[in-house]
Design a protein around this ligand. Structure first.
Ligand code: GLN
Length: 487
């Protein structure tokens, strides 16, 4: 057992809290102290809610004393700064929302707080979740806890770094094109993107509404199951939320890998994959076999089309969603507007960063008359073909195994001048969003520079249990997920 409670996994923490060997207040204070010393180097948090966290912990301790708590009661969480939190500033890492304090709470954070979870603060991210490296944040880059000269991945890089550096017990992220799984892979943690519609999007600041999905970022698959249990479920406030019963993810964790058919998509192991990632994945495949899985080689021919398709559809939706930031109702407003036109123009010119502007321009272009059919409509058709590819694969296998990223974490600044290179690093994650499937990333090794490598498991629609139990079986047999960076 660790003497430092900030090192404990969520399930270990819950156990100690329940047995009253640990108080939530003591735990929160330990995190706040650790954040004070370590966060200045990592920049994982944008806003801390010290008073709210201590108060929440005290209430949780009362519930736990009265034996009324559940598995999340008193658990300190870090929340990506795009979940609206009532009374706590929510910026989406943008200057345009720098002064925005929501008057309401997102469904996901409402559910977690009702279960007794405690919010430590709001984590850094790419501006409006647009990016793969956390370098587009108005609040500066997040540093990878394994090597501070490198990116933590994006867009949920603050949440990933906070979990990896033990600055929270677990965190929330969102994944539109990989933003939970990619930073999870690059920081050596577990990250799950649920099926589109499994978790309510109400109160999440929208980027691309047909792709956005919230999920847990944790030390293990078991911890992810514990968080998802409370996050998942139908919400009448989100018209795209699925009205289907939520299984008992924790009880189903021990299904094991015996007899499960695991597809190995050839396109994910072709050119562009770095040597170290390839080797770690080869070893992991053998471990899956040893655990009883049957590996089935197969093909997902539309894999290559995913990047152009996503980088048409996501900006199109973003250009529409971000039209609301105009300096009129909330958020940043330019000084001394001359007239309404000047107010709109300068507010947006001054309030948005350059990547966000690039996406708005791209999106506006592909939706404009004369180009709509050539780009937007075409991309929608390709999106269907991509989903069909996965559908055909899941007629043969139960889940898919693939790398999460082509390479380990790159250097800060390495790709900032070349957006296309940056977009290409999403090659293995965005297909899953286009098809609406659940997928997770777990650590499966390290490269020569001691940087974590991620393994991705992709499941059938609503089969979060299938990928969580496979990940759990692997984590019972390996210890990659228990390693910590030296800080
Ligand atoms: N890197 C992708 C993008 O920039 C994915 C972002 C996300 O999942 N939020 O759009």
């Amino acid at each position: 057992m660790f003497s430092d409670p900030t090192r404990l996994s969520l399930s270990q923490t819950a156990d100690q809290l329940k047995k009253r060997q640990l108080s939530s207040e003591k735990l929160v204070l330990a995190f706040l102290e650790r954040i004070e010393t370590i966060n200045p180097e990592i920049n994982a948090y944008i806003t801390l809610d010290r008073i709210g966290a201590i108060r929440g912990a005290q209430e949780a301790d009362k519930r736990l004393d009265a034996k009324q708590g559940g598995p999340l009661t008193g658990i300190p969480l870090a929340i990506k700064d795009l979940f609206c939190t009532q009374g706590v500033r929510t910026t989406c890492a943008s200057k345009i929302l720098n002064n925005f304090t929501p008057p309401y709470e997102s469904t996901v954070t409402t559910r977690l707080k009702a279960a007794g979870a405690v919010m430590l603060g709001k984590t850094n991210m790419d501006e409006f979740a647009m990016g793969s490296s956390n370098e587009t944040s108005f609040f500066g880059s997040v540093k990878n806890p394994w090597d501070k000269s490198r990116i933590p991945g994006g867009s949920s890089g603050g949440s990933a770094a906070a979990v990896a550096a033990n600055l929270c017990t677990a965190a929330l992220g969102t994944d539109t094109g990989g933003s939970i799984r990619q930073p999870a892979a690059l920081t050596g943690i577990t990250g799950l993107k649920p099926t589109y519609g499994r978790v309510s999007r109400f109160g999440m600041i929208a980027f691309a509404s047909s792709l956005d999905q919230a999920g847990p970022m944790t030390q293990s698959a078991e911890d992810a199951a514990l968080l998802l249990q409370t996050m998942a479920g139908h919400d009448p406030k989100d018209a795209t939320s699925i009205n289907a019963p939520v299984p008992d993810y924790v009880a189903e964790l021990n299904t094991g890998l015996k007899g499960r058919k695991v597809g190995i998509p050839a396109e994910y192991f072709s050119e562009g994959l770095s040597q170290s990632v390839r080797e770690a994945l080869e070893t992991a495949k053998k471990q899956f076999e040893a655990l009883g899985a049957e590996l089935v080689p197969l093909s997902l021919p539309t894999t290559k089309q995913a990047i152009p398709t996503y980088y048409i559809l996501a900006p199109a939706e973003a250009s529409s969603n971000l039209a609301r930031y105009d300096g009129v109702r909330f958020g940043y407003r330019c000084d001394n507007p001359q007239d309404l036109r000047d107010l709109f123009f300068r507010t947006r010119a001054e309030g948005f960063g350059s990547e966000v502007k690039r996406r708005i321009m791209l999106g506006t272009y592909v939706l404009s008359s004369g180009y709509y059919d050539a780009y937007y409509r075409k991309a929608q058709k390709v999106r269907r073909l991509i989903a069909n590819d996965f559908k055909a694969a899941f007629e043969k296998v139960d889940l898919l195994l693939a790398p999460t990223t082509p390479d380990t974490a790159f250097k800060l600044g390495e790709k900032t001048d070349d957006p296309v290179q940056m977009y290409l690093s999403d090659i293995f994650t965005i297909n899953v969003n286009l098809a609406g499937l659940p997928a997770l990333s777990i650590p499966c090794g390290f490269d020569n520079a001691n940087l974590p490598i991620g393994l991705q498991l992709i499941g059938r629609p609503l089969d979060e249990s299938g990928i969580l139990s496979a990940a759990h079986a692997y984590q019972q047999a390996t210890d990659w997920h228990t390693r910590n960076p030296a800080l």
